[in-house]
Design a protein around this ligand. Structure first.
Ligand code: GAP
Length: 517
């Protein structure tokens, strides 16, 4: 299936099965804002738990906090967000569409990479086992020409972004003859900077209201509480503070469903370390974070690291973990070595000393920070994109059928088991309710008695429920049920008292955590 079609199907599926709805839909929606439905909220809560457990529960030296969305406006001056949290924007005069200028250039660069990949695939096909990929990439004239173009454009872009040279960014767009992806027009305005923070007022106007912001990241709530947590928690360096919460950005080019939203959730860790040890911890967190992603069991080739060419002025190393979404490889998580920039800035702007006293060495210093920052909604999207499948099934009469299945890792699945009486009579519904009343203490269960058993299985496959339990007439005789596995569709007859253990073995969060620790 073409990636575009796959993405459309994913969005339709997310709505049809109660995962994600457009915000304010009955009023024609609010752009780039989404609501999570009855299934979505469960999946989201499970992802949060997996992250929280992997950070806070599994590490003695990491604690969590939950800070307010509204913060003192001076925080955003100290962090640099008021002056520098900008996107370079450009408008097309004909189509009236607005774009991020750097994104247009990156997408143009990607075209050369696609050409290289195509040449590579052709070479592999032509030479088979004798193909030497390294040599091909180093010598093939087409590849070399395209590589040189990539290096040239990328080099210019990085320099222009570093120097905040908006004229040069526009010049790259003109030199590369980049056209509006919608209309094909090359009639561009100048590039302008646009601040992404939402503003609001604290207090009524009569009181002399002051301008405050909706936080654009959760990280600053951690930095300004560094001393509180370190002192009250008697934390010793190295230690971390984790937080999950909403962030807000007035994204101008908000597309691609929940990939880029105006209101979204982040899961962030600030890990405080002794200056000079930050690279060791940076490597440590890179490895831990990719393990966390891979523990979910989505195809490993869908993840890759991307090294930042352009480092923020406060960072001394930065990588992204990218995921191959239906619209290509894009950032999912950032891992940044932020030096002592944030704490030093808050020290300067607040006038309060923010340091760590090392009782062993007797020295005091401003700690360095390694940050891991992941979007909860983007993680959610990786799961939908990686787990939504259409399977061909061969029926007994030789005809073929398809089933749509959401192969969510069982520990993250919204509903862990469905309990289905084969018929709506003969005491089977009552027996099903009895089973649910016992299992609901441990698992979110769903009861369903409508339609044929086959249709009910399909509904649960589409939601992603790992197990279906069927109550039939034999159940009343020998206290057994059949349990059907979502992925293999195999059914087994088991004793009712065994159910809790069978399900727990498959759906426990411990199973995922054990792959990391
Ligand atoms: N404290 C560092 C920070 O906020 P970032 O790269 O701007 O860094 C971190 O954001 C993560 O937050 C991203 O990797 C992405 O997963 C998520 N994110 C950022 N902007 C987003 C948006 N508009 N919609 C959804 N997720 C977003």
């Amino acid at each position: 299936m073409a990636q575009d079609d796959l993405f459309k199907k994913l969005i339709a599926h997310a709505k049809e099965y109660g995962y994600i709805f457009q915000s304010s839909e009955i009023y024609d929606g609010l752009s780039a804002v989404y609501d999570y439905g009855q299934m979505g909220v469960e999946l989201k809560n499970n992802i949060k738990k997996f992250w929280w457990d992997a950070m806070v529960k599994m590490n003695e030296n990491i604690v969590g906090i939950d800070t307010a969305i509204f913060m003192h406006p001076a925080i955003w001056s100290a962090s640099g967000h008021t002056s520098a949290f900008n996107d370079p924007l450009i408008d097309n005069k004909d189509s009236k569409k607005r774009y991020r200028a750097d994104d247009l250039i990156e997408e143009h660069i990607q075209k050369y990479q696609t050409k290289i990949n195509k040449d590579l695939a052709k070479g592999k096909k032509k030479f088979g086992d004798d193909f030497d990929e390294k040599q091909f990439l180093e010598t093939n004239p087409n590849v070399l020409r395209n590589k040189a173009k990539i290096d040239d454009i990328q080099g210019r872009l990085v320099k222009a972004l570093e120097a905040d040279d908006l004229n040069e960014i526009k010049q790259i767009i003109i030199d590369c003859e980049i056209a509006d992806p919608v209309s094909g027009s090359k009639n561009w305005t100048d590039v302008r900077q646009f601040n992404l923070m939402f503003e609001t007022q604290l207090g009524s106007v009569a009181d002399g209201a002051s301008k405050i912001y909706l936080r654009p990241e959760t990280a600053q709530g951690i930095f300004v509480n560094y001393l509180n947590v370190q002192k009250t928690g008697r934390m010793k360096i190295p230690f971390g503070i984790a937080q999950i919460g909403k962030a807000f950005r007035n994204e101008i080019v908000a597309r691609q469903f929940i990939f880029r939203m105006r209101e979204f959730e982040q899961m962030e860790l600030q890990f405080f370390v002794k200056p000079g040890t930050e690279m060791k911890w940076f490597e440590y967190w890179k490895e831990m974070r990719i393990k966390w992603h891979k523990a979910m069991g989505l195809p490993e080739e869908k993840y890759r690291f991307h090294k930042h060419d352009k480092l923020a002025h406060y960072a001394n190393a930065a990588y992204d973990i990218e995921f191959e979404f239906p619209f290509g490889f894009k950032e999912l998580e950032g891992i940044h070595s932020r030096t002592d920039f944030d704490l030093s800035q808050h020290q300067k702007f607040s006038g309060k000393k923010i340091q760590y006293y090392d009782p062993e060495s007797g020295e005091s210093y401003v700690p360095y920070v390694v940050e891991t920052s992941i979007g909860l909604d983007r993680t959610f999207l990786t799961i939908l994109a990686g787990c939504l499948k259409e399977e061909e099934l061969k029926k007994e009469n030789g005809e073929s059928d398809t089933r749509v299945i959401l192969q969510i890792p069982p520990a993250l699945a919204p509903i862990k088991l469905a309990v289905l009486p084969l018929v709506k009579k003969d005491g089977l519904p009552e027996k099903a309710r009895e089973i649910i009343n016992e299992l609901k203490f441990d698992f979110i269960c769903q009861y369903d008695e409508k339609d044929s058993i086959g249709r009910r299985y399909r509904r649960q496959d589409a939601i992603g429920t790992p197990y279906c339990i069927t109550i039939d007439h034999q159940t009343l005789e020998d206290n057994t049920v059949t349990i059907r596995d979502r992925d293999t569709m195999k059914q087994e007859r088991v004793q009712i008292p065994e159910l809790a253990k069978i399900v727990e073995d498959k759906v426990s969060m411990k199973k995922l955590l054990k792959k990391i620790f």
